[in-house]
Design a protein around this ligand. Structure first.
Ligand SMILES: C[S@@+](CC[C@H](N)C(=O)[O-])C[C@H]1O[C@@H](n2cnc3c(N)ncnc32)[C@H](O)[C@@H]1O
Ligand code: SF4
Length: 499
């Protein structure tokens, strides 16, 4: 069995993702409209690996990857469904310390000494894209990590000087930065606002002092709240990340934290279920660990969901809530519209028309590519036009809802026809709800919110899954359910992009 070695994290099970073989392993069961509801209900019975999945993407990382692009023009070889605009992501891998739960590849503590060098390469990478992007407007910038606010002031200033020099920013560009407590003194917040940053995503995780002490984060609840106070006063447009599902977590830890954030006037809150899927201690290659705490996580999530609703927050993404009109989410929402996302930095994941791509996950190879005048891209997926459409459909469904009219308008495809039987059966089972021409998943679909959107994959893609090794299909519920359900398309997909 061949394995990928391209994932951005050494602990990631994605490292052990097998390639789909040339042999298809037989034919996918043809669509049986009369029996589809029954088939779905028996296949959607596995209570593992569906929820929560922290880094869900469509298509799932199962396809055979293509060679890196020869140039930026090659990355844009297909027409974009949104030709005049793009968004930008920058990645900084440095953090004060490695939090006990975090599986990102980060460079903790003294590693920050490498930051000056790293920023120079980010600027060089930026320059590679400048010419091709100059006639498009940059709608949003997201500076993530790691902890980008851990960078020295002069490096942040240098990066923003580069961004302004190389890209054409929209007048109302949304610029977000991620931060965590201990890196956000008042002077830093003042610098951020002077650089044009108008949105902060601040990871506090919990206000439970005992739980915090187990996270290797080295600050007190009080210190975090003081920094938050300044950020709310100077930036206002602040999202706070919280987490739940820890072994030593008290029953009301999440709700108590959310209540406090609400009292402080935080306009937007993200709630992340602790994801241990990548922390694979199993000796067997490719097998994910079983997470026995799904039921608890779903209970905590549902209680938080209801609590936030009562307080006036509304879901923006699957795990992100905001008080309407008080914060912005352009970057995250547009990500699922197939807008191009130029991603810079080590391990960054970007998207150009019909082409998801990933940068080198290690600094050495990232630097080497740039030194050799190549884009530091390690791998791309080349999607068909149908797959790009379904990327938008399934991502939107998972992250909130799909508006069938806007899909028909943008791609010339009526999903009511293409997935008539699937939509009918999922509504009959109580997993999908239709409001006019909008589809959204119901709370009953909570266990399955990673798999149900995948069922909208084109049959040709699901057919390829039969080429996965059998033991892999046994171990991973998502592709195995796709295979068990069989074909789900009621009519061919014929994309015709609006001119
Ligand atoms: C990209 S991280 C970085 C943000 C920032 N460095 C911080 O710590 O707040 C964004 C968020 O991912 C969440 N996260 C990190 N590791 C996670 C895990 N193992 N399971 C679930 N959520 C996780 C945390 O809530 C974190 O704030
Ligand atoms: S500060 Fe954020 S990115 Fe860094 S280790 Fe902690 S959770 Fe991960």
């Amino acid at each position: 069995m061949k394995s990928y070695s391209v994932s951005f994290n050494k602990r990631s099970r994605l490292n052990r993702m097998p390639e789909i073989g040339q042999e298809t392993g037989g034919l996918l069961q043809p669509l049986d409209p009369g029996g589809l509801t029954e088939r779905l209900s028996t296949s959607l019975m596995i209570e593992n690996d569906f929820y929560p999945c922290f880094d869900w993407t469509f298509p799932p990382p199962l396809l055979n990857k293509s060679e890196p692009p020869a140039s930026v023009n090659d990355l844009f070889r297909h027409a974009s469904v949104i030709p005049d605009a793009f968004s930008l992501y920058l990645h900084s891998p440095f953090c004060k310390s490695l939090c006990s739960f975090c599986y990102y590849t980060i460079i903790p503590g003294r590693g920050i000494e490498k930051a000056e060098h790293y920023v120079d390469y980010l600027l060089r990478e930026m320059k590679m894209y400048a010419e091709v992007m100059h006639d498009k407007k940059c709608e949003s910038i997201y500076f993530g990590g790691g902890t980008p606010t851990f960078l020295d002031d002069h490096l942040l200033a240098k990066l923003f000087e580069g961004i302004n020099k190389h890209f054409n920013l929209a007048d109302d560009v949304e610029i977000s930065i991620e931060s965590s407590p201990g890196t956000l003194a008042r002077s830093k917040v003042e610098l951020l606002t002077s650089l044009g940053i108008n949105r902060l995503s601040y990871g506090i995780q919990t206000l439970d002092e005992k739980l915090l002490a187990s996270m290797n984060r080295h600050y007190s609840v009080d210190e975090a709240l003081k920094e938050l106070d300044v950020a709310l006063a100077l930036i206002g447009n602040v999202n706070v990340d919280t987490m739940y599902g820890f072994e030593n977590e008290s029953e009301y830890a999440l709700q108590d934290s959310l209540q406090k954030f609400y009292d402080l006037g935080v306009p937007s809150l993200s709630i992340y279920a602790l994801d241990r899927q990548r922390d694979n201690k199993s000796k067997k290659i490719g097998l994910p660990p079983k997470d026995e705490s799904y039921k608890d996580k779903i209970r905590i999530f549902s209680e938080a969901d209801q609590f936030l609703f009562r307080k006036g927050y509304r879901p923006i993404l699957q795990n992100v809530y905001a008080i309407p009109g008080k914060s912005s989410y352009r970057h995250q929402v547009r990500r699922w519209d197939n807008l191009s996302l130029i991603s810079l930095g080590v391990a960054a994941q970007g998207y150009t028309p019909r082409t998801p791509y990933q940068n080198y996950p290690a600094l050495k190879s990232y630097y080497r590519a740039i030194d050799e005048g190549r884009l530091p891209i390690v791998t791309v997926d080349r999607l068909s036009a149908e797959m790009e459409l379904i990327r938008e459909v399934s991502s939107q469904l998972r992250f909130t809802q799909i508006d069938l009219d806007s899909i028909a308008h943008k791609y010339g495809v009526d999903l009511n026809v293409v997935f008539a039987d699937l939509i009918h059966s999922l509504i009959e089972l109580g997993y999908l709800k239709r409001e006019l021409n909008t589809l959204r998943m119901t709370p009953n679909a909570a266990y399955y919110n990673n798999i149900i959107p995948m069922l909208f994959a084109p049959d040709a893609f699901s057919q390829q899954l039969l080429g996965l090794p059998e033991e892999y299909l046994d171990a991973f519920p998502v592709p195995s359910v796709m295979v068990q359900v069989g074909c789900t398309q009621s009519a061919p997909i014929e994309v015709s992009l609006r001119e």
